[in-house]
Design a binder for this molecule. Structure first.
Ligand SMILES: *Cc1c(COP(=O)(O)O)cnc(C)c1O
Length: 388
């Protein structure tokens, strides 16, 4: 199996390579969650995670995938019939709009062409006509297209609408690049364990602003598992309401300690550097950038028109032990997506560029010479040394 080899690289936009210290934490013997030993860890995690959200508000740990966290943001602020503006610029925007519909909201979709960012003026126009809108939904990074949306500007707009909350899916953004919840007027924020938080899949982290808390108590949408009021009460007593996800919370403790030690700035710098590297050398190999305003979390490279991105992806995995992702839906076969989050060493990035070169040659020997690949490889190595 590919993953049992030492040289296996998981360069997807989540799940991601795990840091050796995280793997160690995941291998520890199980302990019960209602114990002083775990209570200490939970307390530390609930405090430290706020610094990644850059918020004074409480952050909640849900045992759910990222989508569960998206649902939790919605069900706690919605009442049936509420007006919702959903910015849909790819797969995950579609999912959130669908969820809001399922819970009985009147959803107006702002359809953003894949690869582009939302125009703040489009949101403003809709809000002016509908100042009673309950919430605006947006991905910080739409992982399916690798686009980063203008969250700061949207937050500055929406804060002027007292009835409207700004909910942000930051599952591939929070912890990857700056997204200060309080400073940017975000009212509901969700992050995911297997993406920027560098853990296995299985947890979502969410937080609400004071503006949102005023709505939470009035909202009438049915909710049980995700009723955040239960969790808030339990957390204030030093516990989680349901069984705590001991294994992932212990691993999260390790990640948060690493982030605290190196600093958020340094973490963002490392991810930005990988993104720069991939954009630069991906283009040198003959790919073009798909996103107009590319996110640092993930790069979408458009493959040359006569080649199939799905085949490139598969070849890279089967022959070179590197997993990246292909395109979804309308982008299937047209792009490959490389994730920059998680534990990634320079050698892996270099290997990715080399192996992408060999893979291009495998499918089209005329597209690139071995000499060209080796020149790009040299240049890539130099770039990494000159840009620590
Ligand atoms: C991965 C992802 C999700 C979904 O997360 P799951 O953990 O698969 O439920 C939602 N939104 C974005 C932007 C994502 O990248």
């Amino acid at each position: 199996m590919t993953s049992h080899n030492d040289d296996y690289s998981l360069l997807a936009p989540g799940p991601v390579n795990l840091h050796p210290e995280v793997r160690k934490a995941l291998a520890l013997p199980m302990i019960h969650h209602r114990t002083p030993e775990f209570d200490k860890i939970l307390k530390r995690v609930l405090t430290n995670i706020k610094s990644v959200f850059q918020t004074q508000e409480d952050v909640f740990l849900l045992t759910a995938t990222g989508s569960g966290g998206m649902e939790a943001l919605l069900v706690n602020i919605l009442s049936p019939g509420d007006k919702i503006i959903a910015i849909v610029s790819g797969k995950f925007g579609e999912r959130w709009a669908e969820m809001a519909k399922v819970y009985g909201a009147q959803v107006t979709i702002i359809d953003v062409p894949w690869g582009e960012t939302v125009k703040v003026s489009d949101v403003e126009e809709l809000l002016k006509k509908n100042p009673d809108t309950r919430a605006v939904l947006c991905q910080a990074c739409e992982t399916s297209t690798a686009v980063a949306h203008p969250i700061e500007q949207l937050g500055a707009l929406i804060k002027n609408y007292p009835e409207t909350l700004f909910l942000v899916d930051a599952i591939t953004a929070l912890g990857a690049y700056p997204l200060p919840m309080d400073a940017w007027n975000i009212d509901g924020l969700v992050a995911g364990s297997q993406k920027a938080f560098m853990l296995p899949t299985g947890m979502a982290f969410i937080s609400f602003s004071q503006k949102a808390w005023k709505i939470i108590d009035k909202a009438t949408c049915p909710r049980f598992y995700y009723d955040i009021r239960r969790e808030k009460k339990a957390n204030s007593g030093g516990e989680t309401y349901y069984s705590s996800n001991v294994a992932l919370i212990r691993a999260l403790d390790v990640v948060l300690n690493m982030i605290a030690t190196q600093g958020l700035e340094q973490l963002f710098h490392e991810i930005h550097r990988r993104a720069e590297f991939t954009r630069r050398f991906g283009q040198m190999l003959g790919f073009t950038l798909f996103a107009k305003s590319p996110s640092d979390s993930v790069t979408a490279l458009r493959v040359p028109a006569h080649l199939d991105g799905q085949k490139i992806r598969l070849h890279l995995e089967q022959v070179h032990n590197i997993t990246i992702m292909g395109g979804q839906d309308q982008l299937k076969g047209k792009v490959i997506r490389v994730g920059h989050m998680g534990y990634i060493r320079d050698a892996e990035m270099l290997r990715l560029i080399d192996c992408l070169g060999y893979t291009l040659r495998h499918f089209d020997p005329d597209s690139i010479t071995l000499e060209h690949i080796s020149n790009i490889s040299m240049e890539a190595k130099n770039w990494l040394e000159q840009n620590p």
